[in-house]
Design a protein around this ligand. Structure first.
Ligand code: GDP
Length: 524
């Protein structure tokens, strides 16, 4: 048993976060540098970027390999300066999926990486929306300052305009691209000079921005510009507000260059100081505090092993309260049944290891032979409660699917049902012919669906991809009257609620203009 004080200390040490970004902004690179600082990897360049292994869409072996990688890199756990850190992976390339969104509901804070040349990109916007709706604290790292990028002020403005969050620069760049000299830390009144080693040997305390040493090192012009910028920020910029940060209303911004690790250690130190440790969570019985003695947690992701020799699934459990102990008994709220949690796994940078004990904020992988569903609550006592269903997220790709052979119908429906419970796909039926339509957030999910239907249910699938891009729950008594066969299409979800599929943004706007009184919802 862990005593209460021990439990509180373990909670205080923990930081569980995810990195959100658009592909290529530098997520892999930054993650690697963080793992390196944590001593988890000995040299950088070892975390395989999924896109670097050339991806052939029709090559099933390739998918297996990739899924194999993504299981082990789903959660990366490491220690740094007395903290225990869990980074949850948010797959963003071909394997962008609903899991990517759901993972954001299992973290206590988020790091947003922005490419200094590209600004706020589409995938970042989508992920940011989920983060901000849930009031999760968000830290911004503006990356690639060693390359010619946009003006820093312009980038801040874009963050505020496009994402609608106030930004507070913690440091400020001296020059950009070719002329990038380093950053000025506004709080500590120190300058870190850029060097490609990135180990901060050259961090230098300065009394103020007039310090002659600064001009000597960075040059007159850049220092003049820095003085001007900092004056402007002090006078017209946001004031630092801890409360706004903790509620996700203000984001502290750091400039740096992940590839040279420049600014990364300082970023990590500030982050560990400011980011929250595991928070209480609302349940059907009121707020559950992390230091409550009773263990609790919820399942936010289920991942199937694509290797036919290991037909297991792993359910990812985020611990909310109490201590997880190997072999413990817990109750599944949905069924009220008790389970023995004998095979928990903790995830490390590049491996999985059996876990004896885990604490709030930690992610435990549970072997699953079909017991768990997305959003399940587990409680270490008979008096169960629920953390509530996780929201669904709007699919962007749709296809009509059926079994190639009518004989396989039963297996087909079983597979569709199970994969939908796992959260891999969303399932609808068409209004008239009762055809099955599946919706996914990322296209790769279609291939995984087809592959698993064949491998696990022995059903060959006939696919008809559809041109639709948006699904919206429609609240009206007579949805059939609202169908405009050219621009939208009516289907029903698993609970027989009407959903309209739209071909594009234009069709969606058109519908809204014509039917201002009918609410359309992205998630239920
Ligand atoms: P991800 O798709 O977000 O995981 O991005 P990666 O970490 O794979 O980086 C994408 C590309 O940008 C790679 O070629 C990196 O080497 C490069 N990159 C990452 N960080 C920096 C940086 O700070 N400066 C420069 N110049 N390139 C970077």
């Amino acid at each position: 048993m862990t005593n209460h004080k021990e439990l509180q200390e373990e909670i205080k040490k923990r930081r569980t976060f995810a990195i959100i970004s658009h592909p290529d902004a530098g997520k892999t690179t930054l993650t690697e540098k963080l793992l390196f600082l944590g001593g988890q990897i000995r040299s950088t360049g070892t975390v395989k970027s999924r896109k670097s292994a050339k991806y052939a869409t029709s090559d099933w072996m390739e998918i297996e390999k990739q899924r194999g990688i993504s299981v082990t890199s789903s959660v990366m756990n490491f220690n740094y300066k007395g903290h225990t850190i869990n980074i949850l992976d948010t797959p963003g390339h071909e394997d962008f999926s609903e899991d990517t969104y759901r993972t954001l509901l299992a973290v206590d804070s988020v790091v947003m990486i922005i490419d200094a040349a590209k600004g706020v990109e589409s995938q970042t916007k989508k992920l940011f929306k989920v983060v901000s709706e849930h009031g999760i604290p968000i830290f911004t790292f503006i990356n690639k300052m060693d390359r010619q990028g946009r003006e820093p002020l312009e980038l801040l403005e874009e963050i505020e305009d496009v994402l609608g969050i106030e930004s507070y620069p913690m440091n400020w760049p001296i020059g950009i691209g070719q002329s990038f000299q380093g950053v000025y830390d506004r709080h500590q009144k120190a300058v870190e000079f850029y060097d490609t080693e990135g180990d901060n040997k050259q961090a230098m305390q300065i009394s103020d921005l007039e310090d002659p040493v600064l001009k000597e090192k960075a040059g007159e012009d850049l220092v003049n510009q820095l003085q001007e910028d900092v004056l402007l920020l002090d006078e017209a910029g946001a004031t630092y507000n801890e409360e706004a940060l903790q509620s996700g209303k203000q984001t502290p911004v750091f400039f740096g260059s992940a590839i040279s690790s420049f600014g990364v250690p300082t970023f990590l130190n500030h982050f560990l100081d400011l980011a929250p440790s595991p928070a209480p969570r609302e349940s059907s019985e009121g707020e559950v505090k992390p230091d409550e003695e009773t263990f609790s947690g919820f399942i936010f992701k289920i991942q199937a092993n694509m290797n036919p020799a290991h037909r297991d699934r792993v359910a990812f459990l985020r611990i909310v309260s109490g201590t997880f102990e190997k072999g413990m008994e817990a109750w599944l709220e949905r069924t009220g049944k008790s389970l023995k949690l004998s095979q928990g796994q903790l995830f490390f940078a590049s491996s999985r290891g059996n876990v004896e004990k885990a604490y709030p904020g930690d992610i435990v992988g549970l072997y699953d032979s079909g017991t768990y569903q997305i959003g399940d609550t587990l409680v270490g006592s008979k008096n169960v409660y629920s953390f509530g269903a996780l929201p669904t997220f709007p699919p962007e790709h749709f296809a009509k699917v059926r079994a190639q052979k009518a004989m396989k119908q039963k297996h087909f429906y079983k597979g569709v049902q199970q994969l939908s419970e796992e959260g891999a796909i969303q399932v609808y039926r068409t209004a008239h012919w009762d055809e099955i339509v599946i919706g996914v957030v990322g296209r790769l999910q279609f291939e995984i669906f087809e592959y698993r239907m064949k491998g696990e249910y022995n059903v060959d699938i006939q696919f008809d991809t559809m041109p639709h891009q948006h699904a919206r729950w429609i609240e009206t008594d007579n949805p059939e009257d609202k169908v405009d066969s050219i621009r939208n299409m009516l289907v029903y979800d698993q609970l027989k609620r009407p959903v309209l599929l739209f071909q594009n943004d234009f069709a969606l706007r058109w519908f809204k203009d014509k039917n201002p009184d009918i609410p359309l919802r992205e998630s239920r």
